[in-house]
Design a protein around this ligand. Structure first.
Ligand code: GLY
Length: 293
């Protein structure tokens, strides 16, 4: 087996958190060995990252603008065309496990209370993912937005540069088994400034994730900008045309032209094909890598 597995802790995550990403990659490899399933490997690896409170997904997710709510998005996909996603799911430990369950249902995506209810039907227990660190980050967000009424702070929010406010964005994993099978997964607590009900790129096929017969691409960063560019699908098409995952990922970043140097949109991309991987990011990003020779 010549597996290649890459994980990330979100664009903006300190490189020193790479140990968590490497642990997730190793869990994925172990699962691949045991099950021969790239999808299972991606799901298990992503769940390890969701359980690490240093990352903005599962435990440790960002709070919404109300300071009380966590709504999480996640998706899984493989090169056999299986896809499942949840958006705005609440009070579960591992949104990626629910996304996997959705991939086995007649639907592709479930959102909000329906997604949470679906999880309960599968006996996924109630779990509060709020951490003290997430509350601290929220204090910063609140300070930046000031105490103005909604129309004012909403205006100001739209004018804010793309701050990560001390948090990272999304976790992700890409898996190749070296035999032409690929899978990926992503999970997030969203960005720093979010209204309730806002959905980012992570659960949107072609935006936060895309998997085809030639490889897999998973993206991290400001969801609205990633969705506008259908980033993962565009980068995948480059790989499918024979360009290396590294060159394709580097090209993906060129789609985000900064208005000013100080306002570079945070974006990260991880990708693999059958023989190689690529990692590109605008800001620091913790990663884990396994490439068997
Ligand atoms: N990339 C995660 C989000 O924008 O929600």
């Amino acid at each position: 087996m010549k597996a290649i597995i890459v994980t990330h802790g979100g664009v903006g995550s300190p490189v020193s958190h790479g140990d968590g990403c490497q642990k997730a990659a190793e869990e994925a490899l172990d699962t691949l060995r045991k099950t021969s399933s790239v999808l299972q490997a991606a799901v298990r690896g992503a769940a390890v990252l969701e359980d690490d409170p240093r990352f903005n997904a599962g435990t440790g997710s960002n709070l919404r603008i109300d300071g009380k709510t966590i709504e999480m998005d996640a998706a899984v996909m493989d090169s056999d065309g299986n896809f499942g996603a949840v958006a705005g799911i609440q009070m579960v430990k591992n949104p990626v496990l629910v996304a996997e369950l959705v991939s086995k249902s007649p639907h592709l995506m479930l959102c909000g209370p329906g997604a949470t209810e679906f999880a309960r039907r599968y006996k996924i227990p109630w779990y509060n993912p709020i951490t003290p660190k997430a509350r601290e980050r929220y204090k910063k967000v609140k300070k930046n937005l000031s105490k103005r009424r909604l129309p004012y702070w909403a205006k100001r929010w739209l004018n804010l540069p793309y701050h990560l406010e001390g948090c990272s964005d999304t976790i992700g994993i890409v898996v190749s088994d070296g035999k032409g099978n690929f899978a990926g997964a992503g999970s997030t607590g969203g960005t720093s400034y979010m209204l309730r009900g806002r959905i980012g790129d992570t659960p949107i096929i072609g935006s936060g994730i895309y998997v085809g017969k030639k490889g897999v691409v998973v993206s991290t960063g400001i969801g609205e900008e990633i969705i506008r560019r259908m980033l993962s699908k565009e980068v995948y098409e480059k790989i499918a045309s024979g360009i290396s995952p590294q060159k394709a990922s580097d090209w993906g970043l060129t789609l985000f032209k900064p208005q000013k140097p100080a306002n570079i949109t945070p974006v990260g991309i991880i990708a693999v094909n059958k023989t190689d991987y690529g990692i590109s990011n605008t800001h620091q990003m913790a990663v884990g890598i396994i490439k068997q020779s």
